[in-house]
Design a protein. Structure first.
Length: 118
């Protein structure tokens, strides 16, 4: 089992910044990719950013150039630096982890609310 604990959400004005953190613990040896999903009310959940064990990153088009995903602390901590935030970034953000043999993300954090006011 892998446990994921997020922190760093909150309320910010448009144009501001926030940094989300996700600490992974437990059986992390087989985790080869971590990511951040978000879900806004009435909308489908979407993968915002992901990072592999090799440091390869991917972003949804709407956040490219504004968000940066990174890993630290022996790869067990993942960050999402969010700059130039927009009201449409408002959502619950979830940290996720995928095992090396999985096609989909296996573990999820509890979620952290990000609210961007206009």
């Amino acid at each position: 089992q892998v446990q994921l604990v997020e922190s760093g959400g909150g309320l910010v004005q448009a144009g501001g910044s926030l940094r989300l953190s996700c600490a992974a613990s437990g059986s992390t040896a087989n985790v080869n990719q971590m990511g951040w999903y978000r879900q806004a009310p009435g909308k489908q959940r979407e993968l915002v950013a992901s990072i592999s064990n090799r440091g390869v990153t991917n972003y949804v088009d709407s956040v490219k150039g504004r968000f940066t995903i990174s890993r630290a602390n022996g790869k067990n901590t993942v960050y999402l630096q969010m700059n130039s935030l927009k009201p449409e970034d408002t959502a619950v953000y979830y940290c996720t982890a995928k095992l090396s043999w999985s096609l989909e993300y296996d573990y999820w954090g509890q979620g952290t609310q990000v609210t961007v006011s206009s």
